[in-house]
Ligand binder design. Structure first.
Ligand SMILES: Cc1cc2nc3c(=O)[nH]c(=O)nc-3n(C[C@H](O)[C@H](O)[C@H](O)COP(=O)(O)O)c2cc1C
Length: 359
């Protein structure tokens, strides 16, 4: 089944939607190593901030990561239109507007999910953005502001009317933040009311969840965010289950640890030693989640300052889960990890000096 978003044809029903602080170039590179086809997105970018700083690294796209969208947020139609043009000129395949972010810092300025309470302003934004770009426009939103004002069906209808090419619906209200369960039945109501492709979103952590969401909602695709943290293999496993009815095993612990090393080396090389190491800590927490007896290792990984330090701890953990064979497998994979990171789009990565890394 091919999903068409305007002129864009997708070979996958899986979308990894924006996650601020997560879906950066390095995370997306890790995803692309295990899944060539899923749709990707950048982190959200402030349209207002773009007016002062028009070319932030957050909008950098690598050549191998299409199809990918750039997500913008804001509430000033003309500013949003200019931001969308910038996204288009960066080579995005589509522009996504964030109308779902529940964080007070965002909603208090009428951005994100606050726009669901201002449908006429949302309409005006869509109108102006649509006019400003040639690539497809998509919107991501929630079920509504709160349970008393669920308006996702009407809101989606308005977006479709204004020429939005697809939307992603997170099955929670703004008030819920991340509590409770995503209401897949309600997502199904939105899907039923619209003719454009709809990506159902919320609480997919296993391939079987994605299958259930697609069956229950009738959605064209599924957007999987938190489930991919430390677990990029979820994406191809979903595709295989959905397309072929085959459930692949998740990779073993040592393979996860090798991927963690790849991810954090990428972050350190791309963002620099200090920021990269800081940002690596949360990802290390995700990669080691669920590994038996990992808690003391995770506590140490939460403080790492360098790639070498992380690898020492990861090697100990590989020994813990796989004995000498596990540790050896981890260590023997490291040279490949380092050369793989060099392969991240050279045009984008900061100049690499691998000689500084001793393994
Ligand atoms: C750390 C984090 C950052 C997020 N940042 C964004 C964002 O920038 N834009 C957006 O539209 N949604 C954002 N989201 C929401 C997710 O895209 C997704 O809608 C939500 O997590 C529900 O899907 P899930 O249950 O698969 O995680 C973020 C979620 C998380 C966990």
């Amino acid at each position: 089944m091919t999903i068409r978003i305007g002129a864009l044809s997708l070979n996958s029903r899986v979308y990894v939607p924006p996650m601020a602080g997560v879906t950066d170039l390095v995370f997306r590179d890790v995803v692309r190593r295990v899944d060539k086809n899923c749709m990707l997105s950048t982190e959200m970018v402030s349209s207002r901030a773009l007016m002062n700083r028009p070319d932030p690294r957050i909008m950098d796209l690598a050549t191998n990561e299409h199809p990918i969208g750039i997500q913008i947020f804001g509430h000033e139609p003309d500013v949003m239109a200019q931001a969308a043009q910038m996204a288009e000129s960066k080579g995005a395949d589509f522009v996504d507007i964030n109308m779902g972010c529940p964080v007070p810092k965002i909603t208090k300025g009428k951005d994100g999910c606050a726009l669901m309470r201002e449908p006429e302003l949302a309409r005006e934004i869509v109108k102006q953005v649509k006019q400003a770009i040639k690539i497809p426009l998509t919107v991501k939103f929630r079920l509504g502001w709160d349970d008393n004002s669920r308006n996702a069906v009407e809101f989606g209808g308005m977006l479709e009317e204004e020429g939005v090419s697809a939307c992603t619906v997170h099955g929670r209200t703004r008030q819920q933040l991340y509590s409770g369960h995503a209401d897949w039945d309600y997502i199904g109501r939105v899907k039923k009311a619209l003719s454009i492709p709809v990506f159902g979103n919320g609480d997919v952590f296993e391939p079987q969840d994605a299958l259930k969401l697609l069956e229950k909602t009738g959605c064209d695709g599924v957007a999987v965010a938190r489930g991919t943290l430390g677990n990029p293999w979820l994406i191809p496993r979903i595709t295989k289950l959905v397309d072929q009815g085959i459930l692949d095993d998740a990779p073993d612990e040592v393979e996860r640890l090798v991927c963690a090393a790849l991810h954090i080396l990428g972050l350190i090389k791309y963002k620099g030693a200090r920021v990269g190491a800081n940002e690596s800590r949360k990802h290390l927490g995700h990669y080691t989640k669920g590994i038996p007896n990992a808690a003391p290792f995770r506590a140490r990984l939460a403080k790492i300052q360098s790639f070498e330090e992380a690898c020492e701890i990861l090697a100990e953990l590989a020994y813990e889960v796989g004995g000498t064979e596990g540790r050896t497998r981890f260590l023997e994979s490291l040279p490949q990890v380092t050369s793989n990171v060099i392969a991240i789009d050279r045009a984008i990565m900061a100049p690499l000096s691998m000689s500084s890394i001793s393994i």
